[in-house]
Design a protein around this ligand. Structure first.
Ligand code: 5GP
Length: 205
């Protein structure tokens, strides 16, 4: 039997570079990425089943009722959630799965899948976070202030994560996150099948 895959949630402040880190992880290594369901309309170029599973509000609420989601949250008037079946299937097949979701939902994943690993990505300093938001060149001062205020709120939840990884140099950060996830294969929660097998072997003697 293949060892179960490791489930990791990556979240962090807006501007921490989590989208870029996750994209690099998927390019360099063989991770599975969960595809979320949402009630927001597709943007130009987005495809159902690729970026998201696009659902009506009724369909989404039905998924909630039928416990088909690992977690869900409302964000700017729309529902976003992680379908359970696909994630569980990939983990059973031994694939490591990454969820990139905002903090509110992230902290709920543990209620459904206790062995999940929560990684929080952060820039090295608050000043650097502000610089990064500003250097995107696409946000107004008002949006930058809003995101900084939100980050100030969110930093109170860092303590609830298992691992804090600083994203200073991108490639170093990607390497660190990858090595961290690989090391998680040795946790006893990941080795339950193996432990059972060894115990059974001894029982047969
Ligand atoms: P967007 O509409 O820009 O694609 O996403 C808006 C926000 O929803 C982002 O912060 C994104 O990380 C978050 N998000 C995407 N999928 C999920 C999900 O399955 N669950 C939760 N809780 N948040 C999600």
């Amino acid at each position: 039997m293949a060892q179960k895959g490791v489930l990791t949630v990556i979240s962090g402040f807006s501007g921490a570079g989590k989208g870029t880190v996750v994209k690099r992880l998927l390019e360099k290594y063989d991770y599975g990425l969960s595809i979320s369901a949402t009630t927001r309309s597709p943007r130009a170029g987005e495809q159902d089943g690729r970026e998201y599973f696009f659902k009506s509000t009724e369909e989404f609420e039905q998924m909630i009722k039928e416990h088909q989601l690992i977690e869900y949250a409302q964000y700017v008037g729309n529902y976003y959630g992680t379908p359970k079946e696909y994630v569980v299937q990939q983990l059973e097949q031994g694939k490591d799965v990454i969820l990139e979701i905002e903090m509110q939902g992230a902290l709920h994943v543990r209620d459904i899948i206790p062995e999940v690993n929560l990684i929080f990505l952060t820039p090295p300093t608050v000043e650097e976070l502000e610089n990064r938001l500003r250097s995107r060149g696409t946000e107004t001062e008002e949006v930058i202030k809003e995101r900084m205020d939100r980050a100030k709120e969110e930093c109170r939840y860092m303590e609830q994560y298992d691992y804090i990884v600083v994203n200073d140099d991108l490639e170093t950060c990607v390497q660190n996150v990858h090595e961290l996830i690989q090391a998680l294969h040795y946790k006893k929660e990941q080795q339950e099948g193996f432990i059972r097998k060894i115990v059974q072997e001894f029982e047969k003697r």
